[in-house]
Design a protein around this ligand. Structure first.
Ligand code: SDX
Length: 376
């Protein structure tokens, strides 16, 4: 019996390729975007500047930023065909299915769909980046019986995202907190959805297919779907006093507590302190200190019992809830941010490609011959 080769289930701990886009370092509990600590970027530059940095490798100068902002403004209105398709999707369709479908239509309608040159790929990435806020905003509004709100060119990316969703000029503090969340969600090396995008790209399939596949992967509650699931957990528990008994039952059932744990970070997610500051800012702005009662009770109790820490989805859920987004729009918001990381990795994969095709170890039955079929 030959020695069984080692299986790396879930590819846990397996380095598969190099990347220059971001460094996730559990040892120092840090995250670098093109070499910059993410918490330094979150307080100093906008999500547009971070997107430019992730794609181009450098922060934009004034002229480059102005040109990029102009490009984003030119592509932020909801495409009329995308609107027609969304209008045909029943309200029973999850918003992640809506944005996955919208992404497919946007990509198929991209004027440069047949051009896979590096320059065209970058423009396609930027058009998806510009188009997603209108999809999330319109899908939330139509579910409330509200009309489409056209974008405002005098607002930046995050302010316009909130304006199209709530049809009112957003307050600066809210815009800042939302923009921080978009910076923190933008990129995280070879997470499941990004790796999905790289696998699809490795066959030399197109950028649109890779983004649609990535959206499919992000939807799962073990990944991006957790920020929505955190709110369901809070609703289930109800009050801070109920946390102990609830956790007793949940852990007895071997349930995964949404918003906690991480495949790479094992002593806390490097992004949580920055996102918690943004959540605290929103709690003060809306005068909702009660939000932190249950938040702190569950986190303190779970950390005490299991030594497992919150990940970025834990503070993001309550933050988006305070701003007024529907719970099932939280992961589509994650899509609108992570499309930057996905497309940066798609372009990096193309630049030094190798088909991604791992091995499997057969543990099925061995058979000698096919039984002869008795003549009828
Ligand atoms: C994201 O990869 C990325 O970078 C992802 C992401 C990004 O930016 O792209 O950071 C975004 O996806 C964050 C994670 C969001 N998911 C959740 O919050 C869902 C809940 N989390 C767990 O499902 C889990 O922590 C994972 C999936 C995130 C990580 O799981 P692993 O690395 O596969 O570890 P595991 O499930 O094998 O857990 C190890 C042990 C197990 O206990 P034992 O079976 O060994 O006794 O820890 C336990 C697990 O049961 N555990 C949990 C837990 N997380 C780990 N138990 C209860 N609740 C949890 N949340």
């Amino acid at each position: 019996q030959a020695a069984q080769p080692e299986i790396y289930k879930g590819l846990a701990g397996v380095p598969v390729d190099y990347t220059a886009i971001s460094k996730v370092d559990p040892a120092s509990n840090s995250l670098l975007y093109r070499g910059y600590p993410v918490q330094d970027l979150a307080g100093a530059v906008t999500f547009e500047e971070v997107a430019y940095l992730l794609w181009h490798g450098e922060l934009p100068d004034d002229e480059q930023l102005a040109e990029f902002e102009q490009f984003e403004r030119a592509h932020r209105a909801l495409d009329h065909v995308v609107k027609k398709v969304i209008d045909e999707l029943p309200l029973t369709a999850h918003p992640m299915d809506v944005i996955r479908t919208a992404a497919s239509v946007i990509a198929a309608r991209d004027p440069e769909v047949a051009d896979d040159s590096a320059d065209a790929e970058l423009r396609k990435a930027k058009r998806l980046f510009a188009a997603f806020p209108a999809v999330v905003a319109y899908d939330q509004r139509r579910r409330r019986g509200l009309e489409l709100v056209e974008p405002r060119d005098d607002l930046g990316y995050s302010a316009n995202f909130l304006f199209m969703t709530f049809d009112e000029a957003p307050e600066l503090e809210v815009v800042d907190a939302f923009d921080v969340s978009m910076i923190l969600y933008a990129e995280h090396s070879f997470n499941a959805s990004t790796f999905t995008a790289r696998v699809i790209t490795s066959t030399l399939s197109d950028l649109g297919s890779a983004v649609v596949g990535a959206i499919g992967a992000l939807k799962g509650p073990l990944h991006g779907g957790a920020n929505e699931a955190v709110m369901h957990t809070f609703a289930e528990i109800g009050t801070a006093e109920a946390v102990g008994p609830w956790l007793d039952a949940a852990l007895a059932e071997k349930r995964k507590i949404m918003g906690f744990g991480h495949r790479v970070y094992k002593h806390g997610d490097s992004r949580v302190p920055t996102m918690k500051l943004a959540l605290d800012q929103l709690v003060a702005h809306y005068d909702r200190p009660d939000v932190l009662d249950l938040y702190d009770a569950l986190a303190n109790e779970f950390i005490a019992r299991k030594g497992i820490y919150p990940n970025l989805d834990y503070p993001s859920g309550p933050a988006y809830n305070l701003i007024g987004f529907d719970t099932d729009q939280f992961t589509p918001i994650f899509v609108a941010s992570r499309v930057v990381g996905w497309t940066a990795h798609i372009m990096e994969q193309r630049a030094s490609n190798a088909l991604i095709r791992p091995l499997s170890v057969y543990d099925g039955v061995e058979r000698r011959e096919v039984p002869a079929r008795e003549p009828v």
